[in-house]
Design a protein around this ligand. Structure first.
Ligand code: HEM
Length: 243
């Protein structure tokens, strides 16, 4: 390689353009130093939380763009970006499982240093919670504009392909948020127990209640309606199915 090509040309701190572009100096100084960790497992605790915040920030960003595409009735691009955001949330779920490797006894040492710190204040999760209803509103506005009910759009999904794909991608998003909450609840039950009070004074039990929250209940409910209608047709034709 030409020696000149190795020299950084971008502004900023760092020995290489890789480090300068990504601000790795700053990024890698955002964790406690080995000497100040309360426990060696605290490094994992930091890395997992900070990675999740970045991934959630990335997902919320793409969902925001997706909403703009829905508003412009560009469903292809809206779905393309939701196909990017949804796996980011899946990565957040995968990362949660890493924390299951911390022994409950050791976690209490880390927990003692968290103050009132709580995931309830997670900027990444809050921005996803913020995006959910806004995406839903944009979708329903388009449904209204197309002059069809939700069930009618599902019935004529070939005709309303873009709307249908958008609805399914929204459902993917809702499902991943639900799965995040489910796996997070399991994590909390494993590490601190299901019958205790969290660092902000909230009982772990509250996590159970928050799991019931869905952004797009009507998208879930329309499936009941579709099955009920199909059952009616089957009954009328004399055949029956329990599936
Ligand atoms: C050892 C690991 C963890 C434990 C024991 C734990 C425990 C808890 C508890 C007890 C709560 C209820 C509120 C409170 O009192 O703080 C909570 C909420 C929350 N935590 Fe965690 N957490 C862990 C890891 C994580 C990670 C890695 C994230 C990722 C950002 C996270 C995100 C959240 C969120 C978003 C909430 C609010 C949940 C909701 O709105 O449904 N937690 N956590």
């Amino acid at each position: 390689m030409n020696e000149d090509m190795k020299k950084p040309i971008l502004p900023g701190k760092g020995a290489s353009d890789y480090e300068r572009y990504l601000s790795t100096d700053v990024l890698l100084s955002l964790q406690k130093t080995p000497g100040t960790l309360s426990h060696k497992d605290e490094m994992l605790f930091f890395v997992v939380h900070q990675s999740e915040e970045l991934l959630m920030k990335g997902a919320a960003w793409e969902l925001g763009r997706s909403r703009e595409y829905i508003e412009a009735a560009d469903f292809g691009n809206a779905c393309r970006l939701m196909r990017r955001a949804n796996p980011m949330i899946e990565h957040c779920i995968t990362l949660l499982h890493l924390l299951e490797t911390i022994s409950p006894f050791d976690y209490q040492i880390i927990r003692a240093g968290l103050g009132h710190g709580s995931g309830l204040d997670s900027p990444g999760f809050l921005s996803l919670l913020h995006m959910g209803p806004r995406l839903g509103d944009a979708f329903h506005q388009q449904l209204k504009q197309a002059g069809v009910s939700l069930i009618e759009m599902y019935r004529r999904h070939d005709e309303f392909f873009g709307l249908h794909e958008t609805a399914e991608a929204l459902l993917d998003f809702d499902e991943r948020m639900h799965l995040f909450r489910f796996h997070h609840l399991k994590l909390a039950q494993r590490i601190i127990g299901g019958g205790v009070i969290g660092t902000m004074g909230t009982p772990v039990e509250v996590l159970h209640q928050r799991m019931e929250h869905l952004f797009y209940k009507n998208l879930w409910d329309v499936r009941n309606q579709i099955t009920a209608e199909a059952n009616e047709r089957l009954q009328q034709s004399g055949t029956n199915s329990k599936y």
